[in-house]
Design a protein around this ligand. Structure first.
Ligand code: PHE
Ligand code: ZN
Length: 862
């Protein structure tokens, strides 16, 4: 009996190998919404056709729906039943029209999946499995249908009614209501369905496509936000032009709309012709958005737009193929952003992001392949592995094929699979066919989890240099034995004396466990530059000395490799001082001095190169993470750099003051170096640093400078800190997105009392778990603040677990997304590890826990 009870509690595991084509197709669907926040009626008419020769009933997914009526071919149906929320309709024959009617309450939908209300706007979110919360339907991405949508709503409250495709008709109804009809000519899976009803205004524009069609563009927001939409609209036009130029992809409908809402579980959603965005990825003006925000807006607008081809025209056969659309689309948005400014700085930012989120995931209990084999809740697989490692996998194929063949391969892919639901295998097969390469072994990137490690040892012997490369892939959950991968490593040698390149860059495909390369006729001692441009997403260990790294940081002709050499030098220094308490900072100081004063380098690059590796990245290099020792070592190095290079930081700071805000790569670089320099001036302990920061805070004409100064003050002890925080709060109390920054800045503070401050902030009247951005700005930020979260008292763990248990009841998806930091217990000492486990166990034992949080927490306990 006890066993049976446990068995019913353990959620069902979905396996890739169990994929079966659908029993029924739904070529057409007509939806009729009678919209009301408290009670919305949804009538659906599905034309269904039997797929193949079988006698199975029609099973329509449903989640929390009660059928008010079920008809088959216009007649009240007999014999239907509900099975775990799904509607089962026995049907004879091959084709029918099945009609259902349900009632839902968008204003009570706190999960933000399905039809929900956000700030008076009604909107939908259907990926991955939200459509089943709106109507009964085969909610799987390989069922493609043509949609006709009719919406009726109160005209005063919801003057604007939008859906996918093109607007067909609209009119007035009774009792102050009105209606609109939209038809989408492109068959699509239900996860791409969307509707929006609200009191919205649009920033409109138009785009002429390469074949000469004019597309009407609209960015829809509430009236007060209209002035903040120009940047997003400009980014959209740039994206449309870029996809034509770089991939030959043209937009296909007459309208393209984007709607911004404040409550959203992810960044944005690529619904066909009607993207719905988290407002943080649309709204920007200099007073409220940082350069980081501006860049993120352009990237996300591009990402969602690019999905029109990589995701919508070609979708995924099943959710195990998620990286087919996400990895490829991230690669596309990364390339787009690289083309808008400094490609080198963009690559540095992307690699930093990969190391901050994907490498730890790949090294922890939630590691999974780019194409997973099983899941309990698909929402948990919108991960850095699927997105960012997936993008690296596409990038490696781009590297192996070269740009021309890669383009031929994507042309083939778009041509061959347009209008279908495809697989990762389909994509790789196109790469192979058009690229004329064998990717058999390369496919392991889709099946093996874990970050490969490469060791590269260069040894001189008799005028010859021998480079020994070895690879290994660490064991990950469920995968104890690994096969060697294909690692595309770009490398080059430089002469240690002359600084000259010794030959051209080579692309080495490392396929074996071990391989050896010999370089002959060397006239001087070589220094190895390897994994240039981060050509493979791996960890590289070399026998390079501090002097080699310092040399490369000054002479390498690949900017990424230059950055990387500096990072490695910093990392080696920091890891050594954590281990031994040593403070030999001379080599780092000299290397930073060289970079900082090199007139040939642009400021954005310098700013990236001189920032120390984060606490958590330092921790990732250690067998057992000691958060306090890491913090002390990093602060000591920051202080020494601040002091030793005091004049240079001042010069960099003063040399980058602008008269007026401008959003351009050069102006962004100036602001970035300025805030980095300010941080070092403060780290040096200079008396005037708080005042300098405070003056920047009050005098700034843009949010980048204002928030940069606020962060510096928030890390310090000056009384100006409180003044700045409260001035910031008062100024922006009615702007949710900026208030998020206020919470986040405090949660990321390096002060000793951050844990207490954050616990107090959770009781602040402006804090709420109901808004995902707000929850992330406090809980999410705090749990990546390594030292504060891992406070030896265990209070940080308890606090986060309390919050996640509360959040799970409202919004399981967002709660589960915030859980992974608690799962990294194996990386810490026994005491911390036990405290983390205790919180995971408490979460798993919570009555009524969602399967989202259950999957994350229970896997983290293994
Ligand atoms: N498909 C969206 C994107 O990557 C992400 C998303 C997933 C949004 C699930 C909402 C829900 O662009
Ligand atoms: Zn995406």
């Amino acid at each position: 009996m006890a066993d049976a009870q446990i068995a019913t509690q353990v959620p069902h595991v979905i396996r890739r190998e169990d994929y079966r084509a659908p029993d029924w197709w739904v070529p057409e669907i007509a939806l009729d919404f009678d919209l009301d926040p408290a009670a919305t009626r949804v009538r659906a008419a599905l034309s269904v056709t039997r797929n193949g020769d079988h006698a199975r009933p029609l099973v329509l997914d449903g989640d929390g729906l009660t059928p008010l009526s079920v008809k088959v071919d216009g007649v009240e149906a007999q014999g239907w039943s509900l099975n775990g929320g799904n509607l089962v309709v026995p049907l004879g024959g091959g084709a029918h029209v099945v009609e259902t009617e349900v009632e839902i309450a968008p204003e009570r939908n706190t999960q933000l999946e399905g039809l929900y209300a956000s700030g008076g706007i009604l909107c939908t979110q259907c990926e991955a499995e939200g459509f089943r919360r709106i109507t009964f339907f085969p909610d799987r991405p390989d069922v493609l249908s043509r949609y006709k949508v009719r919406m009726t709503a109160d005209k005063a409250r919801f003057p604007v009614l939008l859906a996918n495709g093109d607007p067909i008709a609209q009119g007035e109804g009774e009792g102050g209501r009105h209606w609109a009809e939209w038809h989408d000519p492109f068959p699509k899976p239900c996860y791409l369905f969307a509707l929006v009803a609200g009191d919205l205004v649009a920033n409109t524009g138009s785009f002429r496509t390469m074949s000469g069609r004019d597309v009407q563009l609209g960015i829809w927001v509430r009236q007060p936000d209209l002035a903040k939409t120009d940047h997003a609209l400009a980014a959209l036009k740039l994206s449309m032009a870029w996809d034509e130029k770089v991939y030959g992809r043209e937009y296909d409908l007459d309208v393209f709309n984007i709607v911004a809402v404040d409550d959203f579980n992810f960044g944005a959603m690529e619904n066909k012709g009607l993207n719905v965005f988290n407002s943080r990825y649309i709204l920007a003006d200099p007073d409220t958005a940082t350069d980081y925000d501006y860049d993120a807006i352009a990237t996300v607008v591009a990402h969602e737009y690019f999905h029109n081809w990589s995701g919508n025209r070609i979708t995924c056969r099943d959710w195990f193929q998620l990286s087919l659309k996400e990895g490829f689309t991230v690669f596309r948005d990364q390339s787009f952003s690289a083309d808008q400014g400094s490609a080198a700085v963009k690559r540095i930012e992307d690699v930093r992001g990969l190391r901050a989120s994907q490498f730890p995931e790949d090294a922890g209990p939630l590691a999974h392949p780019v194409r997973p084999d099983e899941y309990i809740e698909i929402s948990n697989f919108y991960t850095a592995t699927i997105y960012n490692k997936g993008a690296e996998v596409i990038r490696m194929m781009h590297t192996i094929l070269g740009p021309t063949k890669f383009r031929e391969a994507t042309d083939l892919y778009f041509e061959r699979f347009d209008g279908t639901a495809a697989t990762c295998e389909d994509f790789v097969a196109c790469m192979e066919e058009a690229g004329g390469v064998d990717l058999e072994q390369f496919r392991r990137w889709y099946t093996q989890a874990g970050t490969p490690r490469v060791s590269a040892d260069l040894a001189m012997d008799n005028g010859k240099a021998r480079l020994t490369l070895r690879q290994s892939v660490p064991a990950t959950p469920g995968q104890s034995v690994k096969e060697p991968m294909v690692l595309p490593l770009k490398l080059k040698l430089f002469g240690a004396e002359t600084g000259r390149a010794m030959g051209d860059e080579q692309l080495v495909l490392l396929k074996e466990d071990t391989s050896e390369l010999v370089f002959e006729n060397l006239t001087e001692q070589p220094v190895l530059s390897i994994n240039r441009g981060f050509s493979a997403p791996v960890v590289v260990e070399t026998n390079r000395t501090a002097a080699d790294l310092a040399f490369l940081s000054a002479h390498d002709d690949d900017p990424f490799a230059r950055y990387e050499a500096m990072q490695q030098l910093m990392l080696d220094t920091l890891v050594a001082s954590v281990a031994s308490g040593g403070t030999d900072h001379g080599a780092v100081i000299e290397a930073v001095r060289n970079t900082l004063t090199d007139p040939a380098l642009d400021r954005a690059f310098i700013a990236e190169a001189v920032v120390l590796p984060s606490d958590s990245f330092i921790g990732d290099q250690m067998a057992v993470v000691d958060p306090d020792a890491i913090f002390r070592a990093r602060e000591a190095l920051r202080r020494d750099l601040g002091t030793a290079l005091g004049d240079q930081w001042r010069a960099a700071y003063e040399g980058s003051i602008a008269n007026r805000f401008e959003y351009s790569p050069a102006a962004k670089g100036a602001r970035r170096i300025r805030s980095v320099a300010l941080g070092y001036i403060a780290a040096s302990g200079a008396q005037d640093a708080p005042q300098l920061a405070f003056d920047q805070f009050t005098g700034a004409d843009n949010m980048t400078d204002r928030q940069g100064a606020l962060s510096t003050l928030a890390n310090g002890q000056s009384p100006l800190r409180e003044q700045a925080l409260s001035a910031f709060y008062d100024r922006y109390r009615s702007n949710g997105l900026v208030l998020d920054k206020w919470f986040q800045t405090q949660a990321l503070s390096s002060r000793d009392d951050t844990g207490e401050v954050v616990r107090a902030l959770a009781a602040h009247p402006a804090f709420t778990l109901a808004n995902p951005n707000r929850a992330r700005s406090l809980i999410g930020a705090f749990s990546v603040n390594q030292r504060a979260f891992h406070h030896a008292s265990g209070e940080g763990y308890r606090f986060v677990a309390d919050q996640l248990i509360a959040l799970d009841k409202l919004n399981p998806q967002t709660a589960a997304k915030l859980l992974p930091p608690l799962g990294r217990w194996k990386r810490f000492d026994a005491r911390r590890g036990a405290a983390m486990r205790a919180e995971l166990e408490r979460i798993v034992a919570t009555p009524g826990l969602s399967k989202d949080s259950f999957e994350q927490a229970s896997k983290s306990l293994d």
